[in-house]
Design a protein around this ligand. Structure first.
Ligand code: GRF
Length: 189
C-alpha cells in the first residue's frame, strides 16, 4: 500500500481531483491533508470526501518538529504540494529526499520564484504576451520552484484570453496530469 500526504493552502480543487482519482485504486491511500489556513476551502472538501485533515500555524511548521513528526509517523511514499504557499523548512526537505513534489502553474524556469503563485503567475504570463503556458511538476528543494523537473505540459494562449481563461486552461492540464504523474512516481519507487 502506497501512502500520500497532500499539503494545500487554498481551494484544493487539485486535492479533490487527486482524491477522486485514487478513490477506486486500492493500492494508494491518502493518509492526510495538511493546511496552513484555518479557513481554506480545502478543509471543506476534506470533510465532504471523508479525508483526514489537519491545520497548523507557522510556529508549528517552522519552529517546532510537530509537522516533521507527523510526517515521520505517517511515513508517506510521496508528499504532494497542491497549491501550498509556504516554503518547506529544510529539515523536512532533508528528511524526505526526492519524496516532495510540487505543481507550478507555468512552464518553469519561467514565472517561478517567491511571489509567483496563483493569479500572479497568469498575470505575468499575460503581460508578457506569451503564446503558451502550462504546468510544471517538480521535486521540491530549498529554493522556490527550482527542484528537478518531473513533467511539463503546455497549452496555447489566444490573444483574447484573459487571466481567468489562462487559469482555466492551466487547471485543465493540472487535473489531467497531476494524478497520473503521482501514480507513475509511486509505481516507480
Ligand atoms: C494550482 O494552480 C497549482 O498549480 C498552484 O496552486 C493552484 C492550486 O489550485 N500551485 P487549487 O487549490 O488546487 O484549486
Amino acid at each position: 500500500m502506497k501512502k500520500i500526504v497532500l499539503l494545500a493552502s487554498g481551494s484544493g480543487s487539485n486535492v479533490e481531483n487527486i482524491v477522486q482519482y485514487f478513490q477506486d485504486k486500492p493500492n494508494v491511500t491518502i493518509a492526510i491533508v495538511l493546511t496552513n489556513k484555518r479557513d481554506a476551502k480545502v478543509l471543506n472538501r476534506c470533510n465532504r470526501l471523508n479525508i483526514s485533515s489537519l491545520c497548523f500555524n507557522k510556529i508549528a511548521f517552522q519552529q517546532t518538529d510537530c509537522i516533521l513528526d507527523i510526517l515521520r509517523c505517517t511515513d508517506p511514499d510521496l508528499i504532494i504540494l497542491a497549491g501550498f504557499l509556504w516554503k518547506i523548512p529544510e529539515k523536512i526537505i532533508r528528511a524526505f529526499p526526492n519524496k516532495i513534489i510540487n505543481i507550478h502553474p507555468a512552464l518553469l524556469p519561467k514565472y517561478g520564484g517567491k511571489g509567483m503563485y496563483g493569479s500572479n503567475v497568469h498575470k505575468a504570463v499575460k503581460e508578457n504576451d506569451e503564446t503558451e503556458t502550462g504546468i510544471t511538476i517538480h521535486y521540491v528543494n530549498e529554493n522556490y520552484d527550482e527542484g528537478a523537473i518531473i513533467h511539463q505540459a503546455k497549452t496555447k494562449i489566444l490573444p483574447d484570453d484573459n487571466i481567468d481563461d489562462i487559469a482555466s486552461k492551466v487547471h485543465v492540464l493540472e487535473y489531467e496530469y497531476f494524478p497520473i504523474i503521482i501514480e507513475q512516481l509511486l509505481l516507480s519507487q
